[in-house]
Design a binder for this molecule. Structure first.
Ligand SMILES: NC(=O)C1=CN([C@@H]2O[C@H](COP(=O)(O)OP(=O)(O)OC[C@H]3O[C@@H](n4cnc5c(N)ncnc54)[C@H](OP(=O)(O)O)[C@@H]3O)[C@@H](O)[C@H]2O)C=CC1
Ligand SMILES: O=C(O)CCC(=O)C(=O)O
Length: 406
């Protein structure tokens, strides 16, 4: 995150003071969460919430449950949220939360106690006008419902605007579940248009078949793209005639959320998936999967980053030299936070919008953001990634100046 930020900051010629204002997180909270496990033992989990910036508005960002969560990781993810909200022009700062745990090895009751304890520990951080969490890896509507309930109890009233990505009955928004994958699809189609690629004659490989990857696969397929490969933590599944995405979804849903054993495709590794001869590569699982070691083997014409930080900075030059267009994470996966914003707006006005209205607005927002970044990349003659950072840093820095802080 920092090396891309540095390059864009230098290009924009921001002052040293502004550099530090934008670099240093506004607040970092670390908590220990003792949880009674189902077997009666007590286990202490480490939780984090980093507020990177509140210059554009209340901070916004998901909560991740994963064994690899560290303060450093959450800090980078929080900064990415600041740039992401700025790129798609929504009035939020950036934050991220995470708890180091393996939700796959925990019961629903244990996860519920963990989320409730985390919420109590963060009562003075969260708030509909302060910091608004949402789902990320390992969390979804169920966890957001527990968070909203715990926060509401502490306030003595229902406060549904404190969190987004909630179940519909609790004030969740239509379209939020599929929003990130839908935004990835809009970004991919916009990039294909610029490269004069016909979706009906294009192929894709998608790494990760969770919230982002599975909806991206379904929607790209709907728009005519042949999805030749998908994957999850168990490995990749490849069929050069195209994967039957509905069958894969049905299989995963009936098989405890995993693709293990899915047939109708050849088994490959997650590493092999990245090097397939496809037009579009969508990494939608985790960070740092494309590195200086494997970047040269990528054959795709474009990479659309569904995950946050899937490409390590060391791979950027190799990818640019190969002429691969990258739609960077802070643009490509911003459809989720965009519809989160719509959810928060609906909660605050106490009204529900139709799915059609939400999708139209979100698609337009994503397309406008794509065009803004594309024009900036042409103007400065830089990659789409650097252009996205330039758009974002420029917006946050100028907002700071208008607020009179500088
Ligand atoms: N959810 C959202 O709205 C947003 C998410 N993102 C980012 O998108 C990425 C994915 O998030 P999301 O879809 O929500 O997460 P999910 O937990 O729903 O899905 C993650 C997917 O990645 C797979 N996976 C996990 N580890 C690996 C691995 N080592 N190799 C290959 N696949 C792996 C998982 O497999 P398995 O299920 O088998 O574990 C699962 O299919 C993250 O980087 C997240 O930060 C960005 C913007 C918004
Ligand atoms: O929906 C949101 O508020 C944030 C989602 C998120 O964490 C992300 O975009 O990385």
């Amino acid at each position: 995150m920092m090396s891309r930020f540095d390059a864009a900051a230098q290009m924009l010629g921001i002052t040293e003071e502004m550099y530090y204002i934008l670099k240093v997180p506004a607040r970092q909270v670390m908590v220990g969460l003792p949880i009674t496990m189902d077997n009666g033992s007590i286990k202490v989990f480490e939780g984090h919430r980093v507020i990177h910036s509140t210059i554009l508005g209340p901070s916004k960002g998901g909560i991740r449950l994963d064994p690899g969560v560290t303060l450093d990781e959450v800090r980078a993810l929080a900064a990415w949220m600041t740039w992401k909200c700025a790129v798609v022009d929504i009035p939020y700062g950036g934050a991220k939360g995470g708890i180091a745990c393996n939700p796959r090895e925990m019961s629903a009751g244990e996860i519920e106690r963990l989320i409730r304890a985390y919420t109590v520990a963060m009562l003075d951080v969260f708030g509909p006008d302060r910091d608004i969490p949402a789902p990320d890896m390992g969390t979804g509507p169920r966890e957001m419902a527990w968070l909203m309930d715990e926060y509401s109890k502490s306030r003595g009233m229902t406060v549904n605007a404190v969190v987004t990505g909630k179940p519909l009955v609790l004030g969740g928004s239509l379209g939020r579940t599929e929003a990130t994958g839908r935004g990835v699809t809009v970004a991919a189609l916009s990039a294909m248009d610029k490269l004069r690629m016909n979706p009906y004659r294009s192929s894709a490989a998608i790494q990760g078949f969770g919230n982002v990857g599975s909806f991206a696969a379904e929607l790209l397929h709907e728009r005519g793209v042949t999805v030749m490969a998908i994957s999850d933590v168990t490995g990749g599944y490849y069929n050069n005639r195209g994967i039957d995405i509905s069958a894969a979804l049905a299989y995963r849903n009936a098989n405890k959320g995993t693709l293990e054993g899915f047939n109708g495709a050849e088994r490959i590794t997650n590493e092999e998936l990245l090097a397939l001869p496809v037009d579009v590569l969508v990494p939608a699982a985790k960070e740092d999967v494309i590195t200086a070691e494997n970047a040269d083997s990528i054959q795709a014409k474009m990479i659309v980053e569904g995950a946050n930080g899937p490409t390590s900075a060391s791979a950027d030059d190799i990818i640019n030299e190969k002429g691969i267009m990258v739609v960077p994470d802070i643009l490509a996966n911003a459809g989720g936070v965009t519809v989160s914003y719509f959810e928060w707006v609906q909660n605050r006005i106490g009204y529900k919008w139709t799915l059609d209205r939400i999708n139209r607005r979100a698609d337009r927002n994503m397309k406008d953001a794509f065009d803004r970044v594309f024009e900036t990349s042409q103007k400065y003659k830089v990659s789409m990634r650097l252009a996205a950072y330039i758009v974002a840093i420029d917006k946050v820095a100028s907002t700071y100046k208008f607020r009179g802080g500088y």
